[in-house]
Design a protein around this ligand. Structure first.
Ligand code: RB5
Length: 146
């Protein structure tokens, strides 16, 4: 599985922590930056990671800013992307089961390192349930046209 990672400066440290964890597990990582802690703009990086998923270059993306909020808003502007901002594993699990989320956002100033790994592992281990949820996800997709 190929996973895109991206962050701004405020999410950089957590991105690097998650990246080491995923590489140790054997995931193919495409780190789109930032590559240092110089001030940067989260919409640019949220958009880059979301496009990677939308165009099929990556299966999923995990993105980071200070809160996870700004970068998730930016990612959700890209057609076909369903990004959730999570601070605990339950929501990460449900975002896959019911919403078929393909991008996970977290806040580097919100979530501790070990909690972040639990959130990531839950997100990656869970498959979309389909069924009645597929109809609702399809309805979300139709909103891309407005
Ligand atoms: C940067 O200071 C901060 O605003 C950004 O990382 C993010 O939290 C925005 O939503």
């Amino acid at each position: 599985m190929k996973i895109a990672l991206a962050s701004d400066h405020a999410g950089y440290d957590l991105k690097m922590y998650v990246r080491a964890h995923l590489e140790a597990k054997g995931y193919h990582i495409n780190d789109l930056g930032v590559h240092n802690k110089e001030r940067s703009d989260y919409p640019v990086f949220g958009n880059m990671a979301a496009k990677e998923v939308a165009n099929g270059n990556s299966d999923l993306a995990i993105i980071f800013c200070g809160t996870g909020i700004g970068i998730s808003i930016a990612a959700n502007k890209v057609k076909g992307v369903r990004c959730c901002c999570c601070s605990e594993p339950y929501s990460a699990r449900m975002s896959r089961l019911h919403n078929d989320c393909n991008v996970l956002a977290m806040g580097g100033r919100v979530v501790g390192d070990e909690l972040a790994l639990m959130i990531v592992d839950e997100f990656l281990a869970t498959e979309f349930e389909g069924g009645r949820h597929a109809d609702r996800v399809k309805l979300i997709g139709e909103l891309d046209e407005y």
